[in-house]
Design a protein around this ligand. Structure first.
Ligand SMILES: O=C[C@H](O)COP(=O)(O)O
Length: 246
């Protein structure tokens, strides 16, 4: 059985003052049965873990190597040392801005698992790919090539984020979300057997308090990876609450 996860990705937003939002979330009465994760910028990970209480803290990327001459990069071991327990990998913004391939994502995922972090592996099609009828082929190929053979429900989360729905206000409709999540679950169980049922499947792309409830009602949606609406506790809290009652 996959665990429910409400994950917030602050992307390149936030300074020390923003930690008041995390503080507010951490001191609120979080519902049982939902894991809550905030992934702030790398500069805030260590400070965030000091005040996070029941909220897990994650990085937004890591290098595939544990250490070395890689100026500007952060290793999975470093995130772990700073108190992180998760790391987002293969976000479409990393894939497009930094040329990350599925092979890169798989190598990073292996590094994250070796460091003891839970990897939130992101996949998703572009609008051109959807309009060409390639959605399931694209996400299936990304899933297969980005996950290592050692992935389990305890070590890996998969986030389906249609690129065209990220930060655009355009949300995939429930039928589109359901089709992809059912497909991903089948792919996971084909490859990992019963363990594939334990991998949490998140939807991401313009999730807001107003649409979270209906999205969480879709089969095989175990939570969300939320960008903009995770920056304020007042927006993220109702999304967490909607997941709890789904
Ligand atoms: O990682 C989060 C996703 O990119 C979704 O971002 P968004 O909720 O701002 O659309």
């Amino acid at each position: 059985m996959a665990r429910k996860l409400a994950a917030g990705n602050w992307k390149m937003n936030g300074t020390g003052a923003s930690l008041s939002e995390l503080q507010s979330l951490a001191s609120s009465a979080l519902p049982d049965g939902v894991d809550v994760l905030i992934c702030p910028p790398a500069t805030l990970v260590a400070r965030a873990t000091d005040i996070a209480g029941p909220v897990a803290i994650g990085g937004q990327d890591c290098h595939a190597h544990a250490s070395g001459a890689h100026t500007g990069d952060t290793s999975a071991d470093m995130l772990k040392d700073a108190g992180a327990t998760y790391v987002i990998l293969g976000h479409s913004e990393r894939r497009s801005d930094h040329g990350e391939t599925d092979a890169t994502v798989r190598a990073k995922t292996e590094a994250a698992l070796a460091a003891g972090l839970i990897a939130v592996v992101c996949i998703g099609e572009t609008l051109d790919e959807r309009e060409a009828g390639l959605t399931l082929k694209i996400v299936g190929d990304q899933l297969a090539a980005s996950l290592p053979d050692t992935a389990t429900g305890a070590t890996v989360v998969v986030a389906y984020e249609p690129v065209w729905a990220i930060g655009t206000g355009k949300v995939a409709n429930l039928e589109q979300i359901g089709e992809v999540h059912d497909f991903l679950r089948a792919q996971l169980t084909d490859r990992f057997g019963a363990e594939g049922e334990n991998v949490s499947l998140l939807y991401g792309g313009s999730v807001k308090p107003a649409n979270a409830g209906e999205i969480f009602g879709v089969a095989n949606v175990d939570g969300a990876l939320v960008g903009g609406a995770s920056l304020k506790a007042a927006d993220f809290s109702p999304i967490i609450a909607a997941l709890a009652v789904s």
